[in-house]
Write a protein that binds this ligand. Sequence first.
Ligand code: HEC
Length: 120
Amino acid sequence: MSAAAIGGALALAVALLLVGKPEELKWDPRDEGPSTIDVSTYPAEQQKRYRMFEAKCVKCHPVSRAVNSDFDATQWKRYMKKMIRRPNSGTNEEQAAEIYEFLKSYASRGGPRSLGKSSR
Ligand code: HEC
């Protein structure tokens, strides 16, 4: 292979890397906080939604980013709308609505402020 061909191949590889790169995710202090919510006192239906939240909201950033967001119901509603517009969110509108129901109830219990010493 000539030097030019190697150079060309390299340039192509770099270009592919740049194009294929997913949306840049900046580090966020919330990511370092607790990653679980103790849902043992939540109704069974909310516990089910929590499992969906754990499965869906860990795809692009640690689930702790959401766990440690002190959002109210309105802010969660806004985020979930933004979220389903993301390509590859892997979450449809019905699933987003279920997760929103859980997050709303989490917020009403104090959100991250409810994660006292008792939670892991
Ligand atoms: C397709 C990728 C993707 C998925 C899936 C995803 N997020 Fe995000 N999320 C991001 C990106 C990128 C950011 C940072 C940019 C931003 O804030 O919009 C972010 C930021 C956040 C923030 C911080 C927003 C702010 O304004 O402070 C919260 C809270 C959040 N996500 C919650 C969730 C929840 C809840 C779910 C599951 C329903 C979820 N994310 C699933 C990509 C994703």
